[in-house]
Design a protein around this ligand. Structure first.
Ligand code: PHE
Length: 377
């Protein structure tokens, strides 16, 4: 409604409207003015202004028309004015609501467009990792032993002296404790027993037999700790797989046959094994297993003609310690040493992995250099 057109501010009498047909055309005029504006493009704030202009309670056009046209209307016009005003009000309210909905819809469309996820944008590339070589070798060894009836158990890395030494027949002041020069934990005063990082996986022999009656066939993969100075072949943390088989009639032949089976599975059927006498307090007899050098075919001579760099010309490579379980150990776990027998072995995984995959520095396993790790996907 143009500002010059302030008809709702005046009464019908002022406007010279006295007949119903004049009332009708006056309302038609107002409606046309409303409609002209209603088709404009609105944003929310302008829509509100427009709404208040028409529907505002005090000064909105419809209130003004009510006050200035309807209320003071001559009795013979009141009906017509009332009817026309109702029509106009219904029309105005419907239109204003219609525009409100369309503004809302537009805004929704806008925000959808704004927030649309563009699936064609390049994503963040997260490289897929792989198992560490040590983990892979654990897995290889586990698969071989599981296939011949062993199960896999794991144990604590923090041990008591009892499990790490005493129950394995290594009493206090026994010289082999020196070999394992050990990490002890600093404990609060009054702690019941000293604790240390296990120096081998052998404590799990004891823990397993304490829990379980024979027959026992387990392997124990895990981390072990010794106070070694780091160099190409030493690390203060390394990995072992312990093995233990105890049953009513396990013989030395079962023992060597099992080890030979494992070594051939791991290095290939072409290798030979041999054992030499050795010493461990918890096995008797104790042996050290060797494998014929898988790299020079047990000749000591490299394909190029020189000395084999892997076995340094010895033709054999020392693999790991093992033996028949010392009957003294059964005493610690309430097994009857007259009724059972068995064997145990302790494989150093890092050394085995280095041998098999031609790695010349044990430190590479702990440095997390992806250029190294990626070579073993
Ligand atoms: N625990 C021994 C070590 O770490 C290895 C071993 C295990 C030897 C089982 C014999 C039997 O040196």
């Amino acid at each position: 409604m143009s500002s010059s057109d302030n008809k709702p501010e005046r009464t019908l009498a002022d406007l010279g409207v006295t007949r119903p047909d004049q009332v009708a055309s006056l309302f038609a005029e107002v409606r046309a003015q409303f409609d002209a504006k209603a088709s404009e493009d609105f944003i929310e704030i302008l829509w509100k202004e427009w709404r208040d202009q028409w529907l505002g309670r005090k000064s909105g056009f419809l209130s003004r028309i009510t006050d200035n046209w309807l209320k003071p209307a001559a009795p013979d016009l009141k009906r017509t004015v009332g009817a026309c005003l109702n029509d106009l009000r219904a029309h105005v309210e419907a239109k204003i609501e219609e525009r409100r909905l369309s503004i809302e819809r537009n805004e929704e469309e806008w925000s959808l467009a704004r927030e649309r996820v563009d699936l064609s944008l390049p994503g963040v590339i997260r490289p897929v990792g792989s198992h560490h070589l040590i983990r892979q070798v654990f897995q290889e060894i586990e698969d071989i032993f599981v296939s011949i009836g062993f199960s896999v158990v794991e144990g604590p890395e923090i041990e008591t002296l009892y499990y790490n030494f005493e129950a394995l027949n290594i009493p206090e002041f026994h010289p082999v404790r020196d070999d394992m020069d050990t990490f002890y934990l600093e404990l609060p005063k009054g702690a019941l027993t000293p604790l240390l990082l296990r120096t081998h996986t052998s404590p799990m022999q004891i823990r397993t037999m304490e829990k379980q009656k024979p027959p026992v066939r387990v392997i124990v993969p895990g981390k072990v700790y010794r106070r070694d100075n780091p160099d190409a072949t030493h690390s203060f943390i390394f990995h072992q797989v312990e093995g233990l088989a105890v049953d009513a009639d396990i013989t030395f032949c079962d023992f060597t046959g099992t080890i030979e089976y494992f070594v051939k599975q791991f290095f290939g059927s072409g290798v030979k094994t041999r054992f030499r006498p050795s010493y461990f307090p918890f096995t008797e007899p104790s042996v050290e297993f060797d494998v014929s050098c898988p790299f020079c075919g047990g000749t000591g001579t490299a394909a190029s003609g020189g000395t084999c760099s892997k076995c340094k010309g010895a033709a054999w490579i020392e693999l790991f310690g093992a033996g028949m379980v010392d009957p003294a150990v059964y005493g610690f776990v309430n097994y009857d040493a007259r009724k059972v027998s068995g064997f145990a072995f302790g494989i150093g995984i890092d050394r085995l992995a280095m041998l098999k995959y031609g790695i010349d520095d044990i430190q590479a396993f702990f440095q997390n250099d992806v250029r190294f790790l990626r070579q073993f996907p």
